[in-house]
Design a protein around this ligand. Structure first.
Ligand code: ZN
Length: 257
């Protein structure tokens, strides 16, 4: 009987020690995993921090950004105007269009514009299908840019989410996607100013007025435009937009500086 009691006690102690062991193991792995996720999302923290800081900057700087190109109908015209006005801008290109018009991207790059990444297909159901699909959209776009500009392993480092990070669609997927972006040395940027060229067809004057309203009382501007002509044509109002900004005392930068 005595022997049985001693054994029972030993079993209780053993069970107790096993439970403690697993609790310690759980705490250790939980901490370790959390740290490794944190580490991967901190990889590109510096770039993300500096891009985020632009939205609070008090400098009168305009970052002109053009999404959804390259297109034959708009991009060369935009490049001509940027050259005339000595303005450097940023192009968030779509991979499959880079493949169609590599010479336009090459020209933009050679003329000092920043070539940034807007995904390969501009199709949310492909982009957010799974992690691998998201990363492929980025990688395949960079591969096309590399071929177009003749630089091996080009990395854009800056991504713009189709419809923007702040839009209400695919919220949870975008939150996860940011971690993926940071793990591949990428950051993302939205905008704080737009002429609504992708919403409905606007005349030249309406586009300029939309832009003036949107930029009012803002210091640093990250201006969203599109180098496409299927809805409204920002190339038709680009010169007036630049002249207006120069007149307001703005200088122009792209994401190289
Ligand atoms: Zn877009």
């Amino acid at each position: 009987m005595n022997i049985f009691i001693i054994n029972k006690k030993k079993i209780y102690i053993l069970i107790f020690l096993i439970i403690i062991f697993f609790i310690v193991l759980y705490i250790f792995f939980n901490k370790y995993l959390k740290n490794s996720i944190q580490a991967s999302s901190d990889v590109n923290n510096d770039l993300q921090t500096s891009l985020d800081a632009l939205f609070n900057s008090k400098e009168k700087v305009a970052y002109l950004t053009f999404d959804d190109g390259p297109t034959k109908s708009a991009t060369p015209k935009i490049l001509d105007i940027l050259k005339e006005e000595d303005v450097k801008a940023s192009f968030f290109v779509i991979g499959k269009y880079v493949k169609n018009h590599p010479y336009i991207v090459k020209r933009a790059y050679k003329e000092g514009h920043y070539i940034a990444n807007h995904g390969y297909n501009h199709n949310n159901s492909i982009l957010y299908k799974n992690n691998e699909s998201f990363l492929n959209e980025i990688r395949n776009t960079d591969i096309e840019i590399s071929k177009a500009i003749g630089i091996d392993n080009y990395c854009s480092h800056i991504f713009r989410f189709p419809n923007g990070y702040s839009s209400s669609i695919y919220k949870s997927q975008k939150k996860e996607a940011v971690k993926l972006l940071h793990s591949i040395d990428y950051a993302y940027i939205d905008w704080n100013c737009l002429n609504k060229d992708s919403e409905i067809h606007y005349s030249k004057n309406q586009l300029l007025n939309n832009f003036k309203k949107s930029s009012k009382n803002k210091d640093t501007l990250i201006v969203l435009m599109h180098d496409t002509t299927d809805v409204s044509d920002s190339s038709s109002v680009l010169k007036d937009t630049i002249l207006y900004l120069k007149n307001q005392g703005y200088i122009f930068k792209n994401f190289y500086n």
